[in-house]
Design a binder for this molecule. Structure first.
Ligand SMILES: Nc1ncnc2c1ncn2[C@@H]1O[C@H](COP(=O)(O)OP(=O)(O)O)[C@@H](O)[C@H]1O
Ligand SMILES: [Mg+2]
Length: 296
């Protein structure tokens, strides 16, 4: 098969791993930097231009690895391939959905997936009540499109929660508020979903004084076995957001597992190292199977 790996650089671990496994399985794979792609529409046939070539008809499948900073343009590139009937491991609209935590939680909660109590608003006249509805402080405040733990704040008192929320509202930054799940103890679970399987899972544990378990915030990783409930939440989350490849993040609470976010371009480095599982190969197998089904 001819596969395009939409990624900004071959120097990224995940990009390299996916490219190597595709080659090992006999495919032709090219790294296409979506930030260097232009979309031409109107007139004759649409084109996706990369280094002056129209690459719209050049591939059987695309694997989007769209970074958080360029989600919008990345999704537009994916959309153009999609409309050209090229298989993609992620639908453009679903990449955008997963990018926003409030949107993700709204959708998945409606599907019966347990999440921490969450509230979002833009009304600065009503902050007291908004905080009270969630049971007061301590309270988690998150930027809706944050990542790597940046933009996730633990407000220990109602007073600090109020000033933080007010600041974000006045800055027109979209946030959400969430009950603080203390018993998660600075740990979260990443379930890596490919197709209709959880292919690997790991636990991330935060550094000493930190409540955020992100590896970018100093968290450490180890393999973990998911409970059947956790597995089913992960599979349903990926299915309902509509992603063939997804990193589903959960925290363990007294009431059971709670979903906190879904990542449409989950990294491979931490989880392949922690579990010893060849996830890149699983992704290529999934692309092969999906393209075979599509041809039938
Ligand atoms: N409601 C919560 N209660 C306790 N800890 C949380 C809560 N939400 C997030 N965290 C911690 O903060 C980390 C970062 O939050 P997350 O929503 O995953 O944002 P990001 O996209 O920046 O990773 C999580 O991995 C988890 O360890
Ligand atoms: Mg996270």
């Amino acid at each position: 098969m001819d596969i395009a790996l939409l990624s900004v650089s071959m120097n990224v671990y995940s990009t390299q791993r996916i490219a190597n496994e595709a080659k090992n399985l006999g495919h032709h794979i090219e790294c296409i930097d979506h930030t260097k792609c232009s979309i031409k529409i109107g007139g004759n046939k649409p084109q996706v231009l990369f280094k002056n070539d129209n690459i719209l008809d050049a591939f059987d499948a695309i694997i989007p690895r769209i970074g958080t900073k360029v989600t919008h343009h990345g999704a537009s590139v994916v959309k153009q391939f999609e409309m050209n009937k090229v298989f993609s491991t992620a639908h453009s609209a679903n990449i955008s959905k997963a990018r926003n935590k409030a949107k993700t939680l709204q959708l998945l909660s409606n599907r019966g997936i347990p999440i921490p109590k969450t509230l979002f608003s833009i009304d600065p006249d009503d902050i007291d009540q908004q905080i009270d509805i969630l049971g007061g402080a301590p309270l988690i405040i998150k930027i809706q499109e944050g990542t790597h733990g940046l933009g996730v704040i633990l407000a220990e008192t109602k007073k600090s929660a109020k000033s933080i929320i007010d600041t974000f509202y006045k800055m027109d930054t979209n946030i959400l508020m969430q009950e603080f799940i203390k018993e998660s103890n600075g740990e979260d679970i990443r379930a890596f979903v490919v197709g209709d399987k959880v292919v690997a899972s790991m636990k991330r544990t935060s550094d000493n004084d930190e409540f955020r378990s992100n590896v970018h915030r100093g968290g450490s990783t180890s393999a973990v076995i998911l409970t059947p409930k956790e597995k089913s939440i992960a599979l349903n989350a990926a299915k309902h957001i509509g992603l063939g490849v997804a990193g589903v993040d959960l925290i363990r609470s007294k009431k059971g597992p709670l979903l906190i976010e879904v990542n449409a371009s989950p990294g491979l480095q931490g989880i392949e190292a922690a579990t010893g599982i060849n996830i890149a190969k699983e992704i290529i197998h999934y692309v092969e199977q999906s393209c075979r089904k599509k041809r039938k």
